[in-house]
Ligand binder design. Structure first.
Ligand code: RIB
Ligand code: CA
Length: 313
């Protein structure tokens, strides 16, 4: 099987962490590098979390710290969702590797230059690093196969009524990415709020029994605490959908749409506006995921947990 070379860029974050567990377990993907961005927590915390996650799942690839703040906007963090550490809940190992001595943009550019084939970017946080890469190295656009991102929502937001968190944190970066001409798979709230991992799925994962499975179950326990108060039937594991879209697109419904990002306004800053009627006369710039087979998605996470070893009772 030809493995898809990818770069994981995120702001772990419980759902980023689970997305990385899924990616690392998939034989269809080859993770070339990991980069971090500020979003759920400060860049220092998301980077420390990234190193701990990668240590836990034995993902030892070049890893670099990203920009400490969005391109233009003031940082927004989400301690109410992910806790003060950005990854509250289970104890994690201390990092067993050092970051590479370069920025996230420099590492992304290096991987793109050295790869024998175009690379897929999988950003699951604000798009700050990806936009900075496109600004600094426009010549490397052709080395990017596609961008499978978690962000946005063409019907509603979650951090404001109009905007989803990742886009709102850095709308200028998102605008650059959506206008780049690079093929985009957009896992927005339209699908991720349907990608609910339910308490009985937590127990299926916990029952796998290996150390990674136990931590994933405890990440879900913690992540769900925020959502249960809002009446969710499960934890929306937003970021893992951006990974699942690469390995099992057949469990999803995607719609090719022209999407633009609002960077101004008191009410709609950070909104991702899809042109369903084609009234702008522009070619689609994104495959927007609108639906998912929830049970199949949950099974994907259970199977990924098993990839880290099945513990016989
Ligand atoms: O809105 C959900 C997104 O914001 C997810 O990527 C989550 O990790 C946070 O970054
Ligand atoms: Ca994230």
């Amino acid at each position: 099987m030809n493995r898809i070379p990818i770069i994981l860029d995120g702001d772990p974050g419980h759902d980023d962490a689970i997305a990385w567990v899924l990616a690392n377990a998939s034989p269809a993907l080859e993770i070339k590098a990991v980069t971090t961005c500020c979003g759920n927590q400060t860049i220092e915390k998301t980077t420390y979390n990234a190193q701990r996650i990668c240590t836990l799942i034995d993902l030892h690839v070049p890893t670099a710290k990203g920009r400490r703040r969005p391109l233009v906007s003031e940082p927004i963090i989400a301690p109410t969702v992910h806790g003060e550490s950005g990854l509250d809940g289970p104890a994690l190992p201390e990092p067993d590797f050092e970051l590479v001595p370069m920025t996230a943009v420099e590492l992304m550019a290096k991987v793109l230059r050295e790869s024998e084939e175009p690379v897929t970017l999988v950003p699951t946080g604000p798009l700050t690093n990806v936009a900075a890469l496109l600004i600094a190295h426009p010549e490397l656009k052709a080395n990017i196969r596609q961008i499978s991102l978690m962000g946005g929502g063409v019907q509603y937001g979650n951090w404001t009524p109009a905007a989803e968190f990742n886009i709102l944190v850095d709308p200028e970066a998102a605008k650059i990415v959506f206008e780049s001409g690079i093929p985009i798979i957009m896992a927005g709230l339209d699908v991720t709020e349907k990608a609910l991992i339910k308490p009985y799925d937590f127990e299926r994962i916990r029952a796998v029994g290996n150390p990674v499975a136990k931590v994933v179950a405890e990440w879900l326990d913690f992540f769900y605490q925020f959502h249960i108060k809002m009446g969710y039937e499960g934890a929306p594991v937003h970021d893992a959908v951006a990974v699942a879209a690469l390995i099992h697109p057949e469990i999803m419904d995607m719609k090719e749409l022209y999407v633009e990002v609002e960077t101004e306004g008191d009410f709609c800053k950070g909104a991702t506006i899809a042109d369903f009627r084609g009234s702008k006369g522009k070619a689609p710039n994104a495959k927007v995921i609108m639906g998912i087979d929830r049970d199949a998605f949950a099974d994907l996470l259970v199977e990924a947990a098993k990839a880290y070893g099945e513990v016989t009772k």
